[in-house]
Design a protein around this ligand. Structure first.
Ligand SMILES: [Mn+2]
Length: 220
């Protein structure tokens, strides 16, 4: 009974005292298989930034590890994709499944902050990320790379990844590179700034109880 109430985030009466139970951890686990990719992903929004990432694309692993670290999300990703063709299906599909998991873990979005933004530098590179967990997918990608690829990742696929994330996570994401030269640095600031902005947006607002929207819903 108490366990059920605790899971539901309700007050639990113990020894005559009313204690506020910790709200249920927000998690999602998704498996998605197509003829192009086979993906298993687990996401915990109330985590510590632990991750285990194996996408078959080393540079994407590096970026998703960074995303988990700086959002404090726990993230497990395993992707077996058709890399003999190229990296496109794997990158886009990992973005799709991460977005789906984010949407599922957020549920009805009651009591969250909803908005988040962050600036992240790495040496000469500086990126700004602005997030609204609005339920309305949008990506602004004000980023250009000088190099065609970083490691085993073509740089044009970063925009595809973030579009997939925004589309399936139903979030509004504005990414702007304010300055930068080195493509590895630029990519890393994109993921770190997005991580910090997302971490801020999914945070629970102790003053808010309902859905942070005058419309009354952020789910569609
Ligand atoms: Mn790096």
């Amino acid at each position: 009974m108490a366990a059920r109430a605790a899971r539901a985030g309700q007050s639990v009466r113990r020894a005559g005292r009313v204690a506020k139970a910790a709200p249920a951890a927000r998690t999602a686990r998704i498996e998605r298989r197509t003829r192009e990719t086979d993906i298993a992903l687990a996401l915990g929004l109330d985590g510590t930034g632990q991750s285990r990432i194996l996408t078959g694309i080393g540079f994407l692993d590096h970026m998703l590890t960074s995303l988990a670290t700086h959002s404090r999300f726990d993230l497990d990703v395993r992707c077996k994709g058709d890399l003999h063709i190229d990296a496109h299906h794997s990158v886009e599909d990992v973005g799709i499944v991460l977005g789906q998991a984010l949407r599922e873990a957020l549920g009805d979005k009651k009591g969250i902050v909803r908005f988040g933004h962050a600036y992240c530098p790495l040496d000469e590179a500086l990126t700004r990320a602005v997030v609204d967990l609005s339920g309305r997918p949008w990506l602004h990608f004000g980023v250009e790379f000088r190099a065609r690829a970083v490691g085993d990742m073509p740089t044009e696929l970063f925009e595809d990844f973030f579009w997939a994330l925004a589309d399936h996570g139903r979030l509004n994401l504005h990414l702007d590179l304010l300055r930068g030269r080195n493509s590895h640095h630029i990519a890393e600031t994109l993921f770190k700034a997005t991580a910090r902005a997302l971490g801020a947006a999914v945070a629970r607002d102790p003053r808010a109880s309902g859905v942070p929207s005058t419309k009354g819903t952020l789910v569609r």
